[in-house]
Design a protein around this ligand. Structure first.
Ligand code: ATP
Length: 338
Protein backbone atom coordinates (compact mmCIF):
# COMPACT_ATOMS: atom_id res chain seq x y z
CA UNK A 1 0.00 0.00 0.00
CA UNK A 2 1.52 3.29 -1.09
CA UNK A 3 -1.05 5.87 0.02
CA UNK A 4 -3.63 5.86 2.81
CA UNK A 5 -6.02 8.41 4.29
CA UNK A 6 -7.22 9.19 7.81
CA UNK A 7 -10.49 10.74 9.02
CA UNK A 8 -12.31 11.46 12.27
CA UNK A 9 -16.06 10.86 12.48
CA UNK A 10 -18.92 11.09 14.98
CA UNK A 11 -18.43 12.93 18.26
CA UNK A 12 -14.95 14.33 18.81
CA UNK A 13 -12.73 13.21 21.67
CA UNK A 14 -9.41 14.38 23.16
CA UNK A 15 -6.61 12.26 21.75
CA UNK A 16 -7.96 12.09 18.20
CA UNK A 17 -5.16 14.43 17.09
CA UNK A 18 -2.57 12.21 18.74
CA UNK A 19 -3.99 9.28 16.77
CA UNK A 20 -3.89 11.17 13.45
CA UNK A 21 -0.31 12.22 14.16
CA UNK A 22 0.70 8.64 14.95
CA UNK A 23 -0.92 7.41 11.74
CA UNK A 24 1.05 9.98 9.77
CA UNK A 25 4.39 9.38 11.44
CA UNK A 26 4.17 5.60 11.46
CA UNK A 27 3.14 5.64 7.79
CA UNK A 28 6.10 7.84 6.88
CA UNK A 29 8.36 5.37 8.70
CA UNK A 30 6.84 2.60 6.56
CA UNK A 31 7.24 4.57 3.31
CA UNK A 32 3.49 5.19 2.96
CA UNK A 33 1.97 8.58 2.09
CA UNK A 34 -0.94 9.87 4.18
CA UNK A 35 -3.83 12.11 3.19
CA UNK A 36 -6.14 13.81 5.66
CA UNK A 37 -9.90 13.85 5.05
CA UNK A 38 -11.70 16.82 6.61
CA UNK A 39 -15.18 16.47 8.21
CA UNK A 40 -15.36 12.66 8.27
CA UNK A 41 -17.34 10.84 5.61
CA UNK A 42 -18.95 14.13 4.50
CA UNK A 43 -15.51 15.39 3.48
CA UNK A 44 -14.69 12.12 1.77
CA UNK A 45 -17.76 12.44 -0.44
CA UNK A 46 -17.07 16.14 -1.07
CA UNK A 47 -13.43 15.43 -1.97
CA UNK A 48 -12.08 17.50 0.93
CA UNK A 49 -8.91 15.41 0.98
CA UNK A 50 -5.35 16.75 1.18
CA UNK A 51 -1.82 15.42 1.70
CA UNK A 52 -0.67 15.56 5.32
CA UNK A 53 2.84 16.69 6.11
CA UNK A 54 4.99 17.16 9.20
CA UNK A 55 3.80 20.76 9.51
CA UNK A 56 0.13 19.73 9.57
CA UNK A 57 0.61 17.24 12.39
CA UNK A 58 3.19 19.31 14.27
CA UNK A 59 2.21 20.37 17.80
CA UNK A 60 -1.07 18.44 17.67
CA UNK A 61 -0.32 15.62 20.13
CA UNK A 62 -1.33 17.84 23.03
CA UNK A 63 -4.38 19.46 21.43
CA UNK A 64 -8.00 18.51 22.12
CA UNK A 65 -10.63 18.24 19.38
CA UNK A 66 -9.62 17.06 15.93
CA UNK A 67 -7.79 19.21 13.42
CA UNK A 68 -9.42 17.17 10.65
CA UNK A 69 -12.83 18.20 12.03
CA UNK A 70 -15.60 15.70 12.61
CA UNK A 71 -19.10 15.38 11.21
CA UNK A 72 -22.18 13.21 11.17
CA UNK A 73 -23.17 12.28 7.64
CA UNK A 74 -26.04 9.76 7.55
CA UNK A 75 -25.88 9.64 3.75
CA UNK A 76 -22.77 7.45 4.07
CA UNK A 77 -24.96 4.63 5.37
CA UNK A 78 -26.43 4.47 1.81
CA UNK A 79 -24.65 2.76 -1.08
CA UNK A 80 -24.80 5.93 -3.18
CA UNK A 81 -22.86 7.90 -0.55
CA UNK A 82 -20.26 5.16 -0.21
CA UNK A 83 -19.70 4.94 -3.98
CA UNK A 84 -19.30 8.72 -4.20
CA UNK A 85 -16.74 8.59 -1.39
CA UNK A 86 -14.81 5.82 -3.13
CA UNK A 87 -14.80 7.83 -6.35
CA UNK A 88 -12.96 10.59 -4.46
CA UNK A 89 -10.50 8.13 -2.90
CA UNK A 90 -9.76 6.73 -6.36
CA UNK A 91 -9.08 10.21 -7.75
CA UNK A 92 -6.39 10.71 -5.10
CA UNK A 93 -4.90 7.24 -5.49
CA UNK A 94 -5.78 6.30 -1.90
CA UNK A 95 -5.73 2.56 -1.16
CA UNK A 96 -6.72 2.31 2.51
CA UNK A 97 -8.34 4.40 5.23
CA UNK A 98 -8.03 4.82 9.01
CA UNK A 99 -11.36 5.80 10.58
CA UNK A 100 -11.30 7.26 14.09
CA UNK A 101 -14.78 7.35 15.64
CA UNK A 102 -17.55 5.33 17.22
CA UNK A 103 -19.72 2.36 16.28
CA UNK A 104 -21.41 4.20 13.42
CA UNK A 105 -18.06 5.19 11.98
CA UNK A 106 -16.93 1.55 12.17
CA UNK A 107 -19.84 0.58 9.92
CA UNK A 108 -18.62 3.07 7.33
CA UNK A 109 -15.14 1.48 7.58
CA UNK A 110 -16.70 -1.94 7.03
CA UNK A 111 -18.52 -0.77 3.91
CA UNK A 112 -15.32 0.74 2.46
CA UNK A 113 -13.54 -2.57 3.04
CA UNK A 114 -16.36 -4.47 1.31
CA UNK A 115 -15.96 -2.15 -1.69
CA UNK A 116 -12.24 -2.98 -1.91
CA UNK A 117 -10.85 -0.15 0.23
CA UNK A 118 -9.42 -1.70 3.40
CA UNK A 119 -10.37 0.49 6.35
CA UNK A 120 -9.37 0.14 10.00
CA UNK A 121 -11.40 1.60 12.88
CA UNK A 122 -9.98 3.23 16.02
CA UNK A 123 -12.28 3.86 19.01
CA UNK A 124 -12.60 7.62 19.54
CA UNK A 125 -15.22 8.76 22.04
CA UNK A 126 -15.24 10.02 25.61
CA UNK A 127 -18.11 7.68 26.53
CA UNK A 128 -16.06 4.44 26.63
CA UNK A 129 -19.06 2.65 25.14
CA UNK A 130 -17.48 1.09 22.05
CA UNK A 131 -17.34 -2.66 21.70
CA UNK A 132 -14.01 -4.44 21.26
CA UNK A 133 -11.95 -2.32 23.64
CA UNK A 134 -11.54 -1.83 27.38
CA UNK A 135 -10.89 1.88 26.87
CA UNK A 136 -11.62 4.42 24.16
CA UNK A 137 -9.47 7.37 23.13
CA UNK A 138 -10.73 10.39 25.10
CA UNK A 139 -12.28 8.61 28.08
CA UNK A 140 -9.39 9.20 30.47
CA UNK A 141 -9.29 12.91 29.64
CA UNK A 142 -13.04 13.31 30.08
CA UNK A 143 -12.97 11.59 33.46
CA UNK A 144 -10.05 13.75 34.54
CA UNK A 145 -12.00 16.87 33.53
CA UNK A 146 -15.04 15.70 35.49
CA UNK A 147 -12.95 14.99 38.59
CA UNK A 148 -11.37 18.46 38.47
CA UNK A 149 -14.85 19.99 38.25
CA UNK A 150 -16.31 17.84 41.04
CA UNK A 151 -13.39 18.71 43.33
CA UNK A 152 -14.39 22.35 42.93
CA UNK A 153 -18.08 21.67 43.37
CA UNK A 154 -17.26 19.77 46.54
CA UNK A 155 -15.59 22.85 48.05
CA UNK A 156 -18.74 24.92 47.74
CA UNK A 157 -20.97 21.97 48.62
CA UNK A 158 -19.09 21.63 51.91
CA UNK A 159 -19.14 25.35 52.69
CA UNK A 160 -22.92 25.45 52.45
CA UNK A 161 -23.92 21.92 53.49
CA UNK A 162 -25.43 21.50 50.05
CA UNK A 163 -26.44 18.44 48.08
CA UNK A 164 -25.19 18.51 44.50
CA UNK A 165 -26.39 16.48 41.57
CA UNK A 166 -23.60 16.55 38.99
CA UNK A 167 -24.86 15.41 35.58
CA UNK A 168 -22.09 13.88 33.48
CA UNK A 169 -21.94 12.59 29.89
CA UNK A 170 -21.77 8.99 28.72
CA UNK A 171 -24.96 8.59 26.67
CA UNK A 172 -26.18 5.06 27.51
CA UNK A 173 -23.03 4.12 29.42
CA UNK A 174 -22.22 4.77 33.09
CA UNK A 175 -18.42 4.60 32.77
CA UNK A 176 -17.71 8.33 33.08
CA UNK A 177 -19.97 8.50 36.15
CA UNK A 178 -18.40 5.42 37.75
CA UNK A 179 -14.78 6.40 37.26
CA UNK A 180 -15.24 10.06 38.14
CA UNK A 181 -17.43 9.12 41.10
CA UNK A 182 -14.79 6.86 42.63
CA UNK A 183 -11.98 9.31 41.89
CA UNK A 184 -13.79 12.33 43.35
CA UNK A 185 -15.11 10.53 46.42
CA UNK A 186 -18.75 10.96 45.41
CA UNK A 187 -21.37 9.97 47.95
CA UNK A 188 -23.53 8.35 45.32
CA UNK A 189 -23.28 7.26 41.68
CA UNK A 190 -26.39 6.83 39.55
CA UNK A 191 -25.94 4.95 36.26
CA UNK A 192 -28.23 3.37 33.66
CA UNK A 193 -26.77 -0.10 34.33
CA UNK A 194 -27.97 -0.21 37.94
CA UNK A 195 -31.52 0.20 39.27
CA UNK A 196 -32.04 2.57 42.15
CA UNK A 197 -34.90 3.96 44.23
CA UNK A 198 -35.32 7.66 44.91
CA UNK A 199 -36.42 6.77 48.47
CA UNK A 200 -33.03 5.12 49.05
CA UNK A 201 -31.16 8.16 47.73
CA UNK A 202 -33.19 10.42 50.06
CA UNK A 203 -32.38 8.12 52.97
CA UNK A 204 -28.66 8.19 52.13
CA UNK A 205 -28.64 11.97 51.97
CA UNK A 206 -30.39 12.23 55.35
CA UNK A 207 -28.15 9.64 56.98
CA UNK A 208 -25.07 11.37 55.62
CA UNK A 209 -25.94 14.72 57.17
CA UNK A 210 -27.04 13.03 60.43
CA UNK A 211 -23.65 11.30 60.60
CA UNK A 212 -21.82 14.58 60.33
CA UNK A 213 -21.28 14.79 56.59
CA UNK A 214 -21.19 18.40 55.41
CA UNK A 215 -21.90 17.76 51.74
CA UNK A 216 -23.54 15.21 49.50
CA UNK A 217 -22.33 14.72 45.94
CA UNK A 218 -24.36 12.60 43.55
CA UNK A 219 -22.79 11.83 40.17
CA UNK A 220 -25.61 11.22 37.71
CA UNK A 221 -24.98 9.67 34.27
CA UNK A 222 -26.98 11.49 31.60
CA UNK A 223 -28.27 8.14 30.33
CA UNK A 224 -30.50 7.87 33.42
CA UNK A 225 -32.25 11.24 33.12
CA UNK A 226 -31.37 14.93 33.28
CA UNK A 227 -30.10 16.49 36.49
CA UNK A 228 -33.18 18.75 36.62
CA UNK A 229 -35.56 15.81 36.38
CA UNK A 230 -33.59 13.88 38.97
CA UNK A 231 -33.77 16.83 41.37
CA UNK A 232 -37.55 17.08 40.87
CA UNK A 233 -38.05 13.41 41.60
CA UNK A 234 -35.77 13.53 44.60
CA UNK A 235 -37.86 16.33 46.09
CA UNK A 236 -41.06 14.42 45.35
CA UNK A 237 -39.54 11.45 47.20
CA UNK A 238 -39.09 13.62 50.29
CA UNK A 239 -35.63 15.19 50.03
CA UNK A 240 -35.50 18.40 52.09
CA UNK A 241 -31.78 19.15 51.73
CA UNK A 242 -30.43 22.28 50.05
CA UNK A 243 -30.28 20.84 46.54
CA UNK A 244 -28.38 22.14 43.51
CA UNK A 245 -27.84 20.74 40.01
CA UNK A 246 -24.67 21.15 38.00
CA UNK A 247 -24.59 20.02 34.36
CA UNK A 248 -20.96 19.76 33.25
CA UNK A 249 -21.83 19.57 29.54
CA UNK A 250 -19.37 19.94 26.71
CA UNK A 251 -16.34 20.84 28.80
CA UNK A 252 -16.09 17.05 29.10
CA UNK A 253 -15.43 16.73 25.37
CA UNK A 254 -12.57 19.21 25.10
CA UNK A 255 -9.17 19.92 26.55
CA UNK A 256 -5.64 18.69 26.22
CA UNK A 257 -5.55 14.87 26.31
CA UNK A 258 -4.07 13.14 29.35
CA UNK A 259 -0.88 11.09 29.12
CA UNK A 260 -2.94 7.91 29.03
CA UNK A 261 -5.04 9.10 26.10
CA UNK A 262 -2.01 10.34 24.18
CA UNK A 263 -0.21 7.05 24.61
CA UNK A 264 -3.29 4.97 23.81
CA UNK A 265 -4.02 7.05 20.70
CA UNK A 266 -0.41 6.85 19.55
CA UNK A 267 -0.26 3.07 19.97
CA UNK A 268 -3.56 2.55 18.20
CA UNK A 269 -2.71 4.93 15.34
CA UNK A 270 0.55 3.11 14.68
CA UNK A 271 -1.17 -0.31 14.81
CA UNK A 272 -3.76 0.84 12.26
CA UNK A 273 -0.94 1.62 9.82
CA UNK A 274 0.68 -1.78 10.39
CA UNK A 275 -2.65 -3.46 9.59
CA UNK A 276 -3.18 -1.48 6.39
CA UNK A 277 0.45 -2.06 5.41
CA UNK A 278 -0.32 -5.79 5.63
CA UNK A 279 -3.47 -5.33 3.55
CA UNK A 280 -5.83 -5.92 6.49
CA UNK A 281 -9.09 -3.96 6.66
CA UNK A 282 -12.57 -4.35 8.13
CA UNK A 283 -11.15 -4.58 11.66
CA UNK A 284 -11.17 -2.27 14.66
CA UNK A 285 -8.25 -1.83 17.04
CA UNK A 286 -8.89 -2.04 20.77
CA UNK A 287 -6.99 -2.46 24.01
CA UNK A 288 -7.63 -5.45 26.24
CA UNK A 289 -5.65 -6.09 29.44
CA UNK A 290 -3.19 -3.41 28.28
CA UNK A 291 -2.45 -5.25 25.00
CA UNK A 292 -3.56 -3.97 21.59
CA UNK A 293 -6.09 -6.28 19.96
CA UNK A 294 -7.97 -6.33 16.64
CA UNK A 295 -11.49 -7.57 16.00
CA UNK A 296 -13.39 -7.99 12.73
CA UNK A 297 -16.04 -5.27 12.61
CA UNK A 298 -18.72 -7.40 10.95
CA UNK A 299 -18.94 -11.18 10.90
CA UNK A 300 -19.70 -14.15 13.07
CA UNK A 301 -19.86 -13.78 16.82
CA UNK A 302 -17.83 -16.95 17.33
CA UNK A 303 -15.04 -15.42 15.24
CA UNK A 304 -14.86 -12.44 17.56
CA UNK A 305 -16.67 -10.00 15.26
CA UNK A 306 -18.01 -6.88 16.94
CA UNK A 307 -21.26 -6.84 14.94
CA UNK A 308 -23.32 -9.43 13.08
CA UNK A 309 -26.01 -9.20 10.46
CA UNK A 310 -29.40 -10.72 11.28
CA UNK A 311 -31.38 -12.64 8.65
CA UNK A 312 -33.39 -9.44 8.11
CA UNK A 313 -30.15 -7.57 7.34
CA UNK A 314 -30.09 -5.61 10.59
CA UNK A 315 -26.76 -4.91 12.33
CA UNK A 316 -26.60 -6.21 15.92
CA UNK A 317 -23.87 -5.74 18.52
CA UNK A 318 -22.40 -9.08 19.57
CA UNK A 319 -21.03 -8.31 23.01
CA UNK A 320 -22.50 -4.99 24.03
CA UNK A 321 -20.31 -2.82 26.20
CA UNK A 322 -20.93 -3.27 29.94
CA UNK A 323 -19.87 -0.84 32.62
CA UNK A 324 -17.85 -2.35 35.47
CA UNK A 325 -20.34 -2.79 38.29
CA UNK A 326 -17.49 -3.64 40.69
CA UNK A 327 -16.85 0.10 40.72
CA UNK A 328 -20.48 0.75 41.62
CA UNK A 329 -20.32 -1.72 44.50
CA UNK A 330 -16.99 -0.30 45.65
CA UNK A 331 -18.50 3.16 45.88
CA UNK A 332 -21.43 1.84 47.91
CA UNK A 333 -18.94 0.24 50.33
CA UNK A 334 -16.87 3.40 50.54
CA UNK A 335 -19.95 5.31 51.63
CA UNK A 336 -21.25 3.03 54.37
CA UNK A 337 -21.50 4.32 57.89
CA UNK A 338 -20.34 2.14 60.77
P1 ATP B 1 -20.23 8.66 18.40
O1 ATP B 1 -20.07 7.44 19.24
O2 ATP B 1 -19.39 9.77 18.84
O3 ATP B 1 -21.62 9.03 18.11
P2 ATP B 1 -20.25 7.32 15.91
O4 ATP B 1 -19.18 6.99 14.95
O5 ATP B 1 -21.03 6.19 16.49
O6 ATP B 1 -19.59 8.24 17.00
P3 ATP B 1 -22.42 8.09 14.22
O7 ATP B 1 -23.06 9.42 14.00
O8 ATP B 1 -23.27 6.93 14.57
O9 ATP B 1 -21.27 8.36 15.27
O10 ATP B 1 -21.62 7.68 12.89
C1 ATP B 1 -20.68 8.56 12.33
C2 ATP B 1 -20.80 8.52 10.84
O11 ATP B 1 -20.48 7.19 10.36
C3 ATP B 1 -22.19 8.78 10.31
O12 ATP B 1 -22.52 10.15 10.29
C4 ATP B 1 -22.09 8.18 8.91
O13 ATP B 1 -21.39 9.05 8.05
C5 ATP B 1 -21.23 6.92 9.17
N1 ATP B 1 -22.10 5.75 9.39
C6 ATP B 1 -22.92 5.49 10.43
N2 ATP B 1 -23.60 4.33 10.28
C7 ATP B 1 -23.20 3.82 9.09
C8 ATP B 1 -23.51 2.63 8.35
N3 ATP B 1 -24.41 1.73 8.80
N4 ATP B 1 -22.90 2.43 7.18
C9 ATP B 1 -22.01 3.33 6.71
N5 ATP B 1 -21.67 4.47 7.34
C10 ATP B 1 -22.24 4.72 8.52
Amino acid sequence: MKRIAVLTSGGDAPGMNAAIRAVFKKAVAEGIEVYGINHGYAGMVAGDIFPLDFKAVGDTVRRGGTFLYSARYPEFAELEGQLKGIEQLKKKGIEGVVVIGGDGSYHGAMRLTEHGYPAVGLPGTIDNDIVGTDYTIGFDTAVTTVVEAVDKIRDTSTSHHRTFIVEVMGRGAGDIALWSGIASGADEIIIPEKDFKFEDVVKNIQEGYENGRNHHIIILAEGVMSGAEFAEKLKEAGDRSDLRVSVLGHIQRGGSPTVRDRVLASRMGARAVELLRDGIGGVAVGIHNEELVESPILGKEEEGALFSLTEKGEIVVNNPHKADLNLYNLNVDLNKFE
